[in-house]
Design a binder for this molecule. Structure first.
Ligand SMILES: *[C@@H]1O[C@H](CO)[C@@H](O)[C@H](O)[C@H]1NC(C)=O
Ligand SMILES: *[C@@H]1O[C@H](CO)[C@@H](O)[C@H](O)[C@H]1NC(C)=O
Ligand SMILES: *[C@@H]1O[C@H](CO)[C@@H](O)[C@H](O)[C@H]1NC(C)=O
Ligand SMILES: *[C@@H]1O[C@H](CO)[C@@H](O)[C@H](O)[C@H]1NC(C)=O
Length: 522
């Protein structure tokens, strides 16, 4: 009862603060529409996220929690003809009412990434675990009540070359689970998609993979980060013609999740005319210009110094182009989708290494049940930098780590592969201890482990742990693993990597940002 009441009060507060709610955006077939008016919605977007590290901050700046900046910037976004902003990292513990109201009042929708630099799916050592799951769901909880939230990205440019396509299995699991979470929480149907990069080797397989097998497992929209129209290019020279052809029969909306090549600067944005013109609007739902803030990577529309904002030439150029286009599209009622078929999943091989069998849904209660039953567990003081050594040692031949390993290529996932790095560390220590026949010296790891007194699987846990195959965690493994050689992958998964917007960036800048906090890293 208490919970229901609190939820109702929270919802009321949000709706009061939000004032005149914007007509929500809905998906029908491969297009977006305003729910009530039924008019087709074309994204005229701008990426809006300042890089905290450039301001000497240790963490990201939540662009929707900084009311002073929103007050300063929303009128400028409106002047640009913007109807959508993309934000890359929001802090779910902060209050977003003021910025969201300013955006509402300006007719601006928000599409938000769910990750943040330290909590995202790593392309080289992918995990879809209960830590990332908790972060994603909290962001959804924070933003779902606002009617002008039009979508979520479950990942941005995660697989970006042939050798890391296996990571896409983990991102697709995130898509599946966030769609299901939104349903389970009875939120408005907010679509969940992905923002891809434009790597020629994998872009088609990526698009098909994320939209194959079952609709429940697939993206609701496809965001394309594209920088191939540079200077005064053309529909054919830029490859926009080919990309348009490739998505002709795609079954969900596609749009540019980032665009605006800056090889020729200032940018003229002559691609705007193409993107919102007859050749493209049948297939694409507009795009998002990268980006609002001028930073080291030179993609800005405005420069902010000491809190004051100056329009750059790019700002005026974009404004001119956007104000000259006015796509109308079709109305929702007159539109009968013809592209209703999902894609075929790409065949696995040298060019594509992600199985259509996806990792399990992270389940914190199952992981707690499991750790409760371990005889030997990690001390909470163990530093994350020490995890890799333990995983390498234990799983490199001392014990069978099938229960915590996952492999996006074979589609084999241990039942506890979705537990947090700390939970998997305890699992590994316990596996070693048991492999050593519970010898009195085997639960130590140089003082990092200790015996858990009263270790037991709680009564309330018994059936779910049994389903998981007991503490061994082999219960949800979908086919027999051929080996358990992925330990180093698991071990290094705890090292954070940054993979956010900012497609083109000087490598010197990358070097300067890595190790600090970067919002813009390839
Ligand atoms: C990421 O984690 C590191 C280490 O815990 C911390 O110093 C840094 O501030 C975090 N960065 C962000 C963006 O939260
Ligand atoms: C892919 O290759 C890059 C070098 O181009 C390497 O740094 C990375 O670790 C590789 N990733 C995987 C998953 O093999
Ligand atoms: C975790 O698993 C239990 C038992 O199967 C289930 O009741 C619960 O809903 C699951 N939680 C999530 C977040 O999926
Ligand atoms: C996944 O399994 C394949 C095939 O057995 C293997 O080549 C690959 O190295 C494994 N990947 C990881 C991350 O363990």
């Amino acid at each position: 009862m208490k919970f229901t009441l609190a939820a109702t009060v929270a919802a009321t507060v949000v709706s009061l603060v939000a004032g005149a709610d914007l007509d929500p955006i809905v998906v029908k077939g491969s297009k977006f529409f305003y729910k009530t008016s039924g008019k087709q919605f074309f994204i005229k977007g701008v990426a809006y996220q300042a890089d905290g590290s450039l301001q000497g901050l240790k963490t990201y700046i939540d662009p929707l929690a900084d009311a002073a900046s929103c007050k300063r910037d929303v009128p400028l976004l409106k002047e640009l003809g913007t109807n959508t902003i993309r934000v890359y990292a929001v802090d779910p513990t902060k209050n977003h009412d003021e910025c969201m109201k300013l955006l509402q009042d300006a007719g601006i929708y928000v599409v938000s990434d769910l990750s943040e630099p330290n909590t995202s799916i790593n392309r080289d050592t992918p995990q879809w675990d209960d830590v990332v799951y908790a972060r994603y769901t909290k962001v959804i909880d924070a933003l779902a009540p606002y009617s002008n939230v039009m979508g979520f990205f479950a990942g941005n440019e995660v697989s970006n070359q042939k050798n890391n396509t296996a990571a896409s299995a983990y991102v697709k699991a995130a898509v599946r689970d966030m769609k299901s979470y939104i349903k389970q929480k009875k939120y408005r149907t907010i679509p969940v998609g992905y923002a891809t990069n434009d790597d020629a080797d994998i872009r088609l397989n990526l698009a098909h993979y994320f939209n194959c097998d079952t609709a429940d497992n697939s993206i609701d929209f496809w965001g394309y980060n594209i920088y191939s129209w540079c200077g005064d290019s053309s529909f054919t020279k830029s490859g926009y013609d080919q990309r348009t052809k490739e998505f002709e029969s795609y079954s969900v909306p596609v749009f540019f999740a980032e665009y605006g090549c800056n090889e020729v600067s200032p940018r003229q944005f002559t691609d705007v005319k193409a993107l919102y013109g007859d050749q493209m609007t049948g297939v694409w739902s507009g795009g998002i210009v990268y980006m609002y803030f001028q930073e080291a990577n030179n993609y800005g529309l405005v420069e902010v110094k000491n809190g004051a904002v100056t329009k750059l030439e790019d700002f005026n150029n974009l404004k001119k182009q956007i104000s000259a286009v006015n796509p109308t599209g079709v109305s929702m009622s007159s539109y009968t989708p013809t592209n209703t078929k999902l894609s075929d999943c790409p065949k696995e091989g040298a060019d594509w290494m992600a199985s259509k069998v996806l990792p399990p849904t992270p389940n914190q209660s199952l992981c707690s049940c499991m750790t409760g039953g371990l005889s030997c567990t990690a001390k909470s003081s163990v530093k994350t930098s020490d995890y890799a050594g333990v995983f390498d040692y234990v799983c490199g031949g001392k014990a069978d780590c099938t229960g915590i390993n996952g492999n996006g290529t074979t589609g084999n996932y241990g039942a506890y592969s979705m537990c947090s790095p700390a939970e998997r560390l305890s699992w590994a220590m316990d596996a070693y201890y048991k492999a050593q026949k519970s010898s009195s010296t085997a639960c130590d790891f140089n003082g990092k482990a200790s015996l858990q007194s009263g270790a037991a699987i709680a009564d309330t846990c018994k059936s779910i742990v049994q389903e998981a195959g007991g503490l061994a965690g082999t219960g949800t493994v979908t086919s027999q693993p051929t080996s358990s050689s992925s330990e180093s992958s698991d071990a290094s998964a705890i090292v954070p990597t940054l993979q956010f917007g900012g497609y083109k960036i000087a490598s010197a800048v990358v070097a300067a940002l890595v190790g600090g906090v970067a919002m813009v890293v390839v």
